[in-house]
Structures are given as structure tokens and as C-alpha cells.
Ligand binder design. Structure first.
Ligand code: URP
Ligand code: ZN
Ligand code: ZN
Length: 577
């Protein structure tokens, strides 16, 4: 099977006019300026004051508003067949919802079906997505087993298909063991790819599940009990240790707990090249929703893995970690199942399809919890919702940046407007929203995707098939060569074409070095994504208490009251606790 060639509809082939955005505050991760932005043919052509532009150009007045790089959601699962169900947001509905919330690019995970090769899986995802996506997209590829064939196909995907990231699981039936992780990371390093891990200790989860079910705990509250923080933290630490052995850059997806984030931080301080992604779910809600008093539908609607944490301080702590560069980015892990699909686990929490919404609300919730509360400023907001993803996956400065030569993926953000999140009004296909009722300050009033105004004064006009597959080249310099790129910051008013050229040069050198079997490039130590000093954690915030607990440990009365024991063995009430 060959890569599908995408046909661009005739009405989208010509330049979608010209656009001038005036009087806004242009926000990049490194600063804010008051400038006008002129767009032509989907590309930012000029930035500055008193620009000379052709007559008849549409003008948007952004006075009092921010002009942000469109959000990049590095973690979605559209139309994903998982745990006996298929996620209901497909590539059309999912990307449409993304745009309505200010996200202009998504990176989905191609996950192979049983027996499917990763190459065929990639082709099949292209086939599913290309004609549906309303915004640009890229693909990570999941390794659901390890073999010589997988190893060969990783090379093809990296060299010929623009895949530069591979996700491996440390839990679920398709988890890799430590030796396999080692080999897979080694191959990633050789190819200039980023290794991604779902970090939870699958063997211990299996034991905990067995114990919980035997005690009659079958409801959604069992989900978090079977997967406590320690189990996440242990796997994060192990993945970091393995990555360090082979000097492979590591990206920990969905960091959900304080203890796991601490492990990412410890590894970074030790000089491991590791990046931590948390989820909008983790900073916008918490694991108290698993309590049985909420009823099955509500609790099951919050089930994802790793789970939301019952320690209610977790969202704030994770937001602080994002502020301090302990964590680098926020994804959505949008993997939506309707209430009827969640019912698959009515009698056994292990059968509840794992996943929640987030692609539409990610930007608003991060703004609300981060910028509106004063924990971060708009530049850090841009870094954690867009720029860092672009850097790690080698899309920068084409994406994640407002500069001359960058794609015109732009959001005009009104920090004073509010909206209330609800499943009744969201654009997603799913019939539940984990942020139901949350009032968010900060609304995307205009969303420009490749130069087209798709959200226009709040009105959504998404175009099916308008998005493109974007190749993610190997050896992202921000990951593989941080010292070289440190001096290459694009000039805001200059051109980024030169910058892109520089980056391509660095990639070329790496590829040539690899071809000559030269020694492995050394991975410089420490934080590479933010200006110096930003990553340093202020004194006094280092010893945040680890609140994880073991399922054999006594729980407080409040937690116990959240657990419903069904069919206790021998008809007695459970003596589990
Ligand atoms: N996170 C989750 O529960 N569902 C999506 C699959 C994954 O990312 O592990
Ligand atoms: Zn995962
Ligand atoms: Zn995921």
C-alpha cells in the first residue's frame, strides 16, 4: 500500500485572500510586542507597524486582545479502536472541535490493530484522516510489540514518512518489557526520533485489579485504586533510567500525578533528556469524581489512564510544575467514548473504555487555571500549549511561532470574554464533558488556520479536508542539538526561512553522521526548551508531599465512603481495608 496522495479541493487551492490583524499584542514564548500581522497565501508575510499592504485586504481589529500562535495538541486519539469501542470524535469532528477552541494542529497516535504492521497502520491512519481533517495534523506511531520487523519499519517511517516519535506502553496487554523498551529506545536514538512512554507498571496493576475484584470492588472507583501514583512514578523513573542508558530523548505522555512529575524532574536534574506532558484533564479536574456517590455514568466518564488523582491539590501542583518547567507541555489525550460505550464496564471497572475529552477545551482551561490565576503569563501559555510541542516534534518555527515565514495558524484571544463549558454546547461528538459547568475567562474570537479565518467573531466555519499531513523530520534540533539552536532564535521581524534552513542543515549533518556510523551524538544535559533560569524551581517548592497510597494501606473515612463493595466474597462485607 502506498501513502495516499491528498487532493486539495479546487475551492481551497487558491490563496484565501489576504488578511491584516491590527493593534493586537503578539505573543510568542519569548516575549510580547504590539505589532500588526499581515498574512498572504496562508503564510505570515509581514509583522510590524505601519505595514504597506495591498488594497482590499481584510482587516481584523485585535485591540485589547492577544495574537497567539495556534495551539498544537500533541496528544489526540480520533476514531481510535480501543478496549472494545471506537472513540466517537473522528478526524473531522475532532479537528473541528479543536479549532473552535483555538487549536490549529493536532498530533494523533497511529495505533496498530492486532496483526497489523506499523507501516500499514500508518497508511491506514493517513487514509482515515487526510480527507477529514479541518486543520493540519501529524502522527506519532505506537509500538504495540517489539520485533525486527517493527525495528525496520520504524526506519522507513522516520526516513520516508515524516514520523519522528514512537509511543511505547508499560501497561496494558500490549506493554513492552524493559529489554524491549531498551531496544526500542535505542532504535529511536539511532533514527533521531523521540521515544514516548505510557508510564504505569502494568504487572502491578494486574495484581491490584485481581485483589480489588476479589474484594467486590467493581465500580469506577476501583480504577484509581488499582493504579495509584507510585505505580505511575515507578514506571516514569524506570523509563528515564532506560532512556539514559541509550541516550535517547524521552517524552513521558500524560503525567498525571505529583510523584510522577517529581520523577521527571529528578531525571532532568540528573541530565536525562526527558520532557513531561501533562493533560488538561489533570489540571482541570481531579479523581474525586470517581467516588461512587456520583453514580456510574459520571465516574466512568472520568476514567482514563493513568487516572485522575484523588488528591485535590494535584491540579494546582501540576500547573505550578508547568510554570516552573518541571513539565513542558499540556496535551488533551482526547479519546472520547459515549456514555453507552462506557457502560461496557458497568460490572467491572477494567472494562470501562479509557479516555476523556479535552481537545476543544484545552486552551481555555489552561488559560483559566494558568494565566487567569496568575500562575503563568501569556508567553508561558504559548510555550506549553504550542511552541514546545513544535520544538520537540520538529515543526518549529513553521508552527508554534508568529514570525515572518511561519504558517498563518493564529488565534485572536480575548482575555476578557468568558464561556461556560458544557456537553450541550461543545462541538465534540461525545455526550459528556469532564469540565461541565466550568467558567473560563479567555475565548478564541478568531481562529486562523493556514491563513483562513475558520472561527470568525466566534462563528465556526470548519472545512472538512482543509488540513494537511505535516511531516515531522528526524533529529529535532531542540531535542538532539539544543546547544546549536540556542543561538538561532528567529528575529520577530526578520524571516524564519533562514531559520528553517539552519535547522534543516543541522538535520542533514546528523543524517550524514549517522550514515557514516559516526559515534552517537552527545546529548547535552539539562533544560533546553526555555530561556535559562526559567526552568529553575524556586526554593521552598521542592518538597511537595507525595500523597500516593497503596491499596493495602488504610484510607481515610472520606475515601472509604467513596468505595462501593459489590458481591462481597462469601456474602460478608469486605475485610479488604
Ligand atoms: N489515556 C487513556 O486513558 N486513553 C487513551 C490511550 C492512552 O493514551 O493510553
Ligand atoms: Zn497512554
Ligand atoms: Zn493517549
Amino acid at each position: 500500500m502506498s501513502t495516499p496522495v491528498k487532493k486539495v479541493p479546487i475551492h481551497l487551492q487558491s490563496s484565501q485572500n489576504r488578511l491584516l490583524i491590527r493593534h493586537g499584542q503578539v505573543v510568542n514564548e519569548d516575549g510580547i510586542t504590539e505589532d500588526d500581522v499581515y498574512i498572504e497565501d496562508g503564510i505570515i508575510k509581514q509583522i510590524g507597524r505601519n505595514l504597506i499592504i495591498p488594497g482590499g485586504t481584510r482587516t481584523i481589529d485585535a485591540r485589547g486582545k492577544y495574537i497567539l500562535p495556534g495551539g498544537i495538541d500533541p496528544h489526540t486519539h480520533f476514531e481510535f479502536e480501543f478496549m472494545g469501542a471506537k472513540s466517537v470524535d473522528d478526524f473531522y469532528q475532532g479537528t473541528k472541535a479543536a479549532i473552535s477552541g483555538g487549536t490549529t494542529m493536532i498530533i494523533d497516535f497511529a495505533f496498530p490493530k492486532p496483526g497489523e504492521s506499523i507501516l500499514d497502520c500508518f497508511y491506514n491512519y493517513r487514509q482515515k484522516a487526510d480527507d477529514k481533517v479541518c486543520c493540519d495534523y501529524a502522527l506519532h506511531v505506537c509500538l504495540s510489540h517489539w520485533s525486527e520487523q517493527v525495528k525496520r519499519e520504524m526506519e522507513l517511517l522516520t526516513k520516508e514518512h515524516g514520523v519522528n516519535s514512537f509511543k511505547m506502553f508499560m501497561a496494558y496487554s500490549f506493554m513492552l518489557n524493559d529489554g524491549e523498551l531498551y531496544s526500542a529506545f535505542e532504535q529511536c536514538q539511532k533514527l533521531g526520533a523521540v521515544a514516548q512512554v505510557h508510564a504505569e507498571n502494568g504487572s502491578i496493576i494486574a495484581k491490584n485489579v485481581e485483589k480489588l475484584l476479589s474484594k467486590g470492588i467493581t465500580g469506577p472507583e476501583g480504577h484509581e485504586l488499582s493504579r495509584p501514583e507510585d505505580i505511575e512514578a515507578e514506571a516514569v523513573n524506570r523509563a528515564c533510567v532506560i532512556a539514559k542508558q541509550v541516550e535517547c530523548p524521552l517524552y513521558v505522555v500524560h503525567v498525571m500525578s505529583k510523584s510522577a512529575a517529581e520523577k521527571v524532574n529528578e531525571a532532568r536534574l540528573r541530565g536525562t533528556q526527558v520532557y513531561g506532558e501533562t493533560l488538561v484533564a489533570a489540571i482541570g479536574t481531579d479523581g474525586t469524581h470517581y467516588c461512587s456517590r456520583h453514580g456510574f455514568q459520571h465516574a466512568a466518564g472520568h476514567v482514563l489512564s493513568p487516572p485522575l488523582r484523588s488528591d485535590p491539590s494535584t491540579p494546582l501542583v501540576l500547573m505550578n510544575f508547568l510554570a516552573q518547567d518541571v513539565l513542558q507541555l499540556v496535551g488533551s489525550d482526547n479519546c472520547t467514548f459515549n456514555k453507552a460505550q462506557k457502560e461496557l464496564g458497568k460490572d467491572n471497572f477494567t472494562k470501562i473504555p479509557n479516555g476523556v475529552n479535552g481537545v476543544e477545551d484545552r486552551m481555555s482551561v489552561v488559560w483559566e487555571k494558568g494565566v487567569h490565576t496568575g500562575l503563568i503569563d501569556p508567553t508561558r501559555f504559548v510555550a506549553i500549549t504550542s511552541t514546545n510541542a513544535a520544538k520537540i516534534f520538529n515543526l518549529y518555527p513553521r508552527k508554534g511561532y508568529i514570525g515572518v515565514g511561519s504558517d498563518a495558524d493564529i488565534v485572536i484571544w480575548n482575555p476578557n470574554a468568558t464561556r461556560t463549558i458544557s456537553a450541550k454546547t461543545h462541538h465534540q461528538a461525545v455526550d459528556f464533558n469532564i469540565f461541565e459547568g466550568m467558567v473560563c475567562h479567555g475565548v478564541p474570537e478568531y481562529v486562523i488556520v493556514n491563513g483562513r479565518v475558520i472561527v470568525d467573531e466566534g462563528q465556526l466555519r470548519a472545512v472538512q479536508g482543509y488540513g494537511r499531513y505535516i511531516e515531522s523530520p528526524a533529529f529535532p534540533p531542540f531535542v538532539y542539538d539544543p546547544e546549536k539552536v540556542a543561538d538561532l532564535k528567529p528575529e520577530r521581524n526578520g524571516t524564519v526561512e533562514e531559520e528553517i534552513q539552519n535547522i534543516r542543515e543541522i538535520e542533514k549533518i546528523h543524517l550524514e553522521e549517522k550514515a557514516c556510523s559516526s559515534p552517537t551524538p552527545t546529548i547535552p544535559e539539562g533544560n533546553v526548551l526555555t530561556p535559562s533560569g526559567k526552568g529553575a524551581r524556586p526554593e521552598g517548592q521542592r518538597n511537595i508531599q507525595d500523597s500516593s497510597f497503596s491499596i493495602s494501606e488504610d484510607l481515610d473515612v472520606e475515601r472509604k465512603s467513596c468505595i462501593r463493595v459489590r458481591n462481597p466474597p462469601g456474602g460478608k462485607s469486605s475485610g479488604f481495608w
